[in-house]
Design a protein around this ligand. Structure first.
Ligand SMILES: *[C@@H]1O[C@H](CO)[C@@H](O)[C@H](O)[C@H]1NC(C)=O
Ligand SMILES: *[C@@H]1O[C@H](CO)[C@@H](O)[C@H](O)[C@H]1NC(C)=O
Ligand SMILES: *[C@@H]1O[C@H](CO)[C@@H](O)[C@H](O)[C@H]1NC(C)=O
Ligand SMILES: *[C@@H]1O[C@H](CO)[C@@H](O)[C@H](O)[C@H]1NC(C)=O
Ligand SMILES: *[C@@H]1O[C@H](CO)[C@@H](O)[C@H](O)[C@H]1NC(C)=O
Ligand SMILES: *[C@@H]1O[C@H](CO)[C@@H](O)[C@H](O)[C@H]1NC(C)=O
Ligand SMILES: *[C@@H]1O[C@H](CO)[C@@H](O)[C@H](O)[C@H]1NC(C)=O
Ligand SMILES: *[C@@H]1O[C@H](CO)[C@@H](O)[C@H](O)[C@H]1NC(C)=O
Ligand SMILES: *[C@@H]1O[C@H](CO)[C@@H](O)[C@H](O)[C@H]1NC(C)=O
Ligand SMILES: *[C@@H]1O[C@H](CO)[C@@H](O)[C@H](O)[C@H]1NC(C)=O
Ligand SMILES: *[C@@H]1O[C@H](CO)[C@@H](O)[C@H](O)[C@H]1NC(C)=O
Ligand SMILES: *[C@@H]1O[C@H](CO)[C@@H](O)[C@H](O)[C@H]1NC(C)=O
Length: 383
């Protein structure tokens, strides 16, 4: 807006403010209701019942109607819209016809599982009180607006299963209250910004199934609260940073289906809380570190389809919680250690396509049900 236009706009606002009675909360709410109605008109509603309660208000109505009887709408004590939840409502359309200016009291905005498409407008930054944003499982496209980085109240940001492209804006690093960042299954490219390491309250980070490239930032090792680090199925390269060993709350570490190279850092043996460790389908090499014996809660370890060499460390027999161990398609040599028979919870052991020699230890025959040397394991994919 040019400065003269801006002046005109400000003057108009001033005149309106002066001429009209000072709006009370009820009329603010009427404006907010009309904003939603305008948006509704632009939508294709495949589930007729979902927005049928969103009716134009009769002239004499009390404006609290949207608050008390509109589907998916919750207001604050002053009658302003605070929560909008249209999960799975059969809606198809865009966000072009909605005024974010009139939704500034929103704390929760949930459009999960619909057919929304087109861009996420940068004006979304106006929702400065928003704590919970879930636009997942739609067809939103274009970039993630960098302006989201100014929505510093955000604790939950779900944009997974859309068609978002371009790179992850580094401005998101300013979201220091964020607990969950879930961007999996999009078309995101470029590298993971190291500013993500500044989201000090993050406990779930899921960037899997995108087209991200470049290294895993060393700074991710600063995310002390992280319980899930999922970056499967990208084209990440470089080595696994040893800083990850500082993530002492990590349960899931999924780095599989990338182009990571170099060894597994010995320090990863410090990840005492780890239950699922997947680094399969990379270009990792070197020997399997015996320090992994210290991952005492580990249930699944998938190292298949890499270039690991050397012996299978006998120390792995100490992994008493392990139920699945996949080492297939590597360059491992030597014999199968007898100690593996000590993994009393083991159900599947995949050792095929290696350079192993010697007999299959008789002790492994003591297992009640053990699949050994069979097909590649099914992938596990938590969200
Ligand atoms: C239509 O939407 C309503 C409200 O979300 C929901 O309860 C109902 O199950 C939906 N019906 C269908 C057929 O999806
Ligand atoms: C609004 O007006 C209609 C008739 O035009 C009437 O039936 C209804 O009771 C009125 N509602 C209120 C809240 O006054
Ligand atoms: C929206 O409603 C669904 C169920 O209808 C619920 O599972 C979900 O948690 C709600 N979202 C928010 C943000 O409250
Ligand atoms: C937000 O709510 C407050 C009262 O809680 C109200 O004064 C204000 O007009 C509302 N703002 C918007 C943009 O709705
Ligand atoms: C996803 O976006 C790309 C452009 O970035 C477009 O070519 C493609 O058709 C879109 N796919 C869907 C399912 O919307
Ligand atoms: C992380 O935060 C620090 C301190 O707030 C700041 O100096 C630094 O530039 C930020 N790092 C990134 C990569 O944004
Ligand atoms: C990998 O991610 C792409 C989306 O980027 C998806 O189409 C494909 O199915 C995923 N592959 C696997 C094996 O999950
Ligand atoms: C782990 O954190 C400590 C202290 O924050 C730091 O000194 C150390 O360099 C980190 N370790 C790695 C491997 O990054
Ligand atoms: C496992 O942890 C113990 C205790 O911290 C340590 O003494 C041992 O060296 C570790 N094992 C390996 C193979 O690093
Ligand atoms: C795998 O490792 C062997 C040496 O152990 C090396 O010769 C080969 O180039 C490596 N292959 C790949 C794809 O890294
Ligand atoms: C199995 O575990 C027991 C007790 O921890 C130990 O004494 C034994 O040496 C282990 N067996 C092998 C083959 O490592
Ligand atoms: C693995 O065995 C094959 C033949 O069995 C041999 O050609 C290859 O050099 C061996 N590789 C390693 C890394 O030992």
């Amino acid at each position: 807006m040019s400065s003269s236009n801006f002046l005109l706009f400000s003057l108009t606002l001033l005149i309106i403010t002066v001429l009209l009675p000072i709006p009370n909360f009820a009329s603010a709410s009427l404006e907010e209701a009309n904003n939603l109605l305008k948006w509704k008109v632009s939508l294709e509603i495949t589930n007729k019942s979902s927005l049928s309660s969103w009716m134009p208000l009769p002239m004499n109505s009390s404006a609290s109607v949207p608050c008390t009887s509109w589907f998916g709408v919750v207001c604050n004590a002053d009658g302003s819209i605070q929560k909008l939840n249209l999960t799975s409502s059969g809606l198809r359309g865009t966000l072009q016809e909605i005024s974010f200016f009139l939704l500034q009291n929103l704390t929760r905005f949930d459009l999960r599982v619909n057919n929304f498409f087109g861009p996420i407008p940068p004006q979304i930054r106006l929702l400065s009180k928003l704590i919970y944003l879930d636009f997942s499982q739609n067809q939103f496209s274009g970039e993630i607006p960098p302006e989201i980085g100014s929505m510093i109240s955000l604790e939950f940001l779900y944009l997974y299963s859309n068609n978002l492209s371009s790179s992850i804006p580094s401005s998101l690093g300013a979201l220091t209250s964020l607990n969950v960042l879930s961007l999996y299954q999009n078309q995101l490219s470029g590298s993971i910004p190291s500013s993500v390491g500044n989201m000090s309250n993050l406990y779930r980070l899921n960037l899997a199934h995108n087209k991200l490239s470049g290294p895993i930032p060393i700074d991710l090792g600063k995310l002390k609260s992280l319980t899930r680090l999922l970056v499967s199925n990208n084209t990440l390269s470089g080595s696994i940073p040893s800083s990850i060993a500082n993530l002492s709350n990590l349960h899931f570490l999924f780095l599989d289906m990338n182009k990571l190279s170099g060894p597994i850092p010995i320090e990863l043996g410090n990840l005492k809380a780890l239950t699922n460790f997947q680094v399969s389908e990379n270009l990792l090499s070197g020997s399997i570190p015996s320090s992994l014996e210290n991952l005492s809660d580990l249930q699944c370890m998938f190292l298949q389809k890499n270039n690991f060499s050397g012996l299978i460390p006998f120390e792995l027999g100490n992994l008493k919680s392990l139920t699945e161990l996949a080492l297939s398609n590597n360059q491992l040599s030597g014999s199968i250690p007898l100690s593996l028979a000590n993994m009393s919870n083991l159900r599947s052991l995949y050792l095929d396509w290696n350079n192993l020699s010697g007999p299959i230890p008789m002790e492994l025959g003591n297992f009640k049900s053990l699949n050994i040397l069979v097909q590649p394991p099914a992938r596990h994919a938590p969200s």
